[in-house]
Design a protein around this ligand. Sequence first.
Ligand code: PMV
Length: 323
Amino acid sequence: MESATGAAPSKLILLGEHAVVYGHPALAVPLSSPSAHAGIALQAGKAQVELVDFDIVWTPFTDGMTAEVIRPFARLLRHFGSELPELPDRGWRLEVRSTIPIGCGLGSGASTAAAALSALCRANGIGLSPEESSRLVFEIEKIHHGTPSGVDNTVICLNTPVLFHKGSPPLQVARPKVPLHIVVADTGIRHKTIEVVSGVAARRAREPQVYDPLIAAIGETAAQGADAFSRGSAPELGKLMDKNQGLLEMIGVSSPELEKLIAAARGAGALGAKLSGAGMGGCMAALAPDPESAARIREALAKAGAALAFVCMMGEEERCARS
Ligand code: PMV
C-alpha cells in the first residue's frame, strides 16, 4: 500500500433520462467540475474512511455502519477480497470529498465511488480498466437507485460523452467540433432517484399504451441528439432538448421549480432547456447560442432562484466554471 489519489467527474444527461431505464438510449457527458476526489494516506493504527463533507470517520473492519452515507463505501470495500485483492485492515486512511451536490442529477454517488475506487486501486498497484471500474461502481449504484440503468457509472468511469444503451457496450460519442455552451442550474430541491423512477414504473404499469410511446420518443431524442452534439449543432440539439422536456413533463417527472428555471433560461435566449437526471427537483440544463448568452442565461437562472448555476463550454476540450 502506498499513498495515492483518485478523482472522478460529475455527469450531465443531455437527453434520454428515464427512457434509458427501459432499454432506450441516453446521451450523457462527463463534467470536469464539479467533481469528486479521494486520497489514501498511510497512517498507524486501524484503517479508516473519512467522508470529509459529512464530517464522518468510519473504521471499516471494526465499526458497524452508523450512517446511511457510509453504505456505498462499505459496498466498495466488499469488492476487495472478492473481485479485487484483499485490503489490509490497518495502516491506511481513505479520505473522500466532493463538490457535487447530492441528489440533484449530477451523479454524485457514482462519482464519489469512482474516485474512492481509483485511489484504493492505485494505492495497491491494482490496474483497472475504465470498463471494469464502471462495472464495480454499477454494483454500488444499486444502493442509491435500486435498478440503475448504468448510465451514471458508464459516463463517469469512461470519462467521455456516451450514447448509453442498457445491455450494450456504450458508444463513445465524439466531442463537439464546434463548441457548445451549456448552462447547468440546480433547483436546490433534492430528489431520490429510486422514488422518481418507481413513480414512472407505477404509472407505466397502469397505462402502458400511454407511457410506452412517450418513453420511446424520449429515447429517439437521444439517438438523434448524439449526432447533433458531435457536429456542435446547437439549434438542432436545443430543439431536441425542448422536445425531451415536453415528454418528461408528460411522464410526470418535471416540477414547478424546474419549469421556473427552464422558462427563465428560455426567456434569456436559450436554444433549448430541460431537466437533467431523475427530475422532481435537481438540475436542469440549457443550451446557449454563444458564450455571452450563456453568461446572461446563468445570471437569469441565479435571479430565478437557482441554488447553483454554472456554464460548461463543451468542444474538443471541456471547461466548466461557476462564474
Ligand atoms: O438523477 P440521477 O443522477 O440519479 O439520474 C437518474 C437517471 C435515470 O435515467 C432517471 C435513472 C437511471 O438509472 O438511468
